[in-house]
Design a protein around this ligand. Structure first.
Ligand SMILES: C[S@@+](CC[C@H](N)C(=O)[O-])C[C@H]1O[C@@H](n2cnc3c(N)ncnc32)[C@H](O)[C@@H]1O
Length: 214
C-alpha cells in the first residue's frame, strides 16, 4: 500500500499535466499521480540503474507506460522537456539543493514539490535566494517520523521571509496544522535538558511559535 507521505506528495501535483520525478526509485509516486489525478506525460529520473529498473518494472503493469520517459541521469541534467511540476522527495536537503543548483535555472516555469529528510532550513534559504516562493507546505507523521513537504514556485515579487520562516516554514507557521504543533512540542521535549547556548536559542524560538497560538 502506498504511504501517506507519497499520497500527500501526489496530491500536490495537480493541476500539472506533466511531471518529472527526480529520484523516482520504485515509481510509486508516478503510479499514484497517473491513476488518481491523470498526467499527459512524465519523466522518471534516477541516477542508479537498480532503482530506475524497479520503477520501470512497476510502471510496466499500467497502460500509461508509453507516456513515461525513463532517464538514468543525475538530477535535472537530462530534463529536456518543459514540465509543469517536478517532484524531488525522500532525500537529504543538501542533495536536493545540489540538484536544484545544477538545473533550476533551466526549468524556472515548473512548480517544485520537495520533501527533504533533513536540512529544511538550508533548503528554504536556498529557495529564497533563487526567488522561489513557498506556496504550500504540508507536514505528516508516519511510522514514527515527521515529513515536511515544501511546494515552491518562481516569483518576480519581493519575498519577505523572517528567520522563523526559514526554521519552521512560512506556511506551517501561519496555518499551524495539528501535526506541526505536535512536532514542535516533541522537539521542545527533546531539547529541554540540553544546556547549550545554541540549543537555548532554539528552545526560545519554539516557545515563541507555540505561544503565538495562544
Ligand atoms: C530514498 S529514495 C526516495 C524515492 C522516492 N522519491 C520517495 O520519495 O519515496 C532516493 C532515490 O533518489 C535517487 N537519487 C539520489 N541522488 C540522485 C540524483 N542526484 N539524481 C537522481 N536520482 C538520485 C536514489 O538512487 C534513490 O532511488
Amino acid at each position: 500500500m502506498i504511504s501517506e507521505r507519497l499520497k500527500t506528495l501526489s496530491s500536490l501535483v495537480p493541476p500539472a499535466r506533466s511531471l518529472a520525478d527526480v529520484g523516482c526509485d520504485h515509481g510509486y509516486l508516478l503510479i499514484e499521480v497517473f491513476q488518481k489525478y491523470g498526467l499527459d506525460y512524465a519523466i522518471a529520473i534516477d541516477n542508479k540503474e537498480k532503482p530506475l529498473k524497479r520503477a520501470h518494472d512497476n510502471l510496466s503493469k499500467y497502460p500509461f507506460i508509453p507516456n513515461i520517459r525513463f532517464s538514468l541521469s543525475d538530477g535535472l541534467q537530462d530534463l529536456k522537456e518543459e514540465v509543469e511540476a517536478v517532484v524531488i522527495a525522500g532525500m537529504g536537503g543538501m542533495l536536493i539543493i545540489d540538484i536544484l543548483r545544477n538545473g533550476l535555472n533551466r526549468h524556472l516555469q515548473a512548480k517544485y514539490i520537495l520533501q527533504a529528510n533533513r536540512n529544511h532550513y538550508e533548503l528554504r534559504k536556498f529557495l529564497y535566494e533563487y526567488s522561489m516562493e513557498i506556496v504550500s507546505e504540508k507536514i505528516i507523521f508516519e511510522d514514527g517520523q515527521y515529513y515536511e513537504i515544501i511546494v515552491a514556485k518562481r516569483t518576480t515579487e519581493r519575498l519577505n521571509y523572517r528567520e522563523e520562516d526559514f526554521i519552521f516554514g512560512p506556511i506551517l507557521r501561519k496555518e499551524r496544522p495539528k501535526v506541526f504543533i505536535q512536532k514542535l512540542k516533541a522537539d521542545l521535549k527533546k531539547l529541554e535538558g540540553i544546556n547549550h547556548p545554541s540549543i537555548n536559542q532554539k528552545i526560545i524560538k519554539i516557545k515563541e511559535i507555540l505561544d503565538e497560538g495562544k
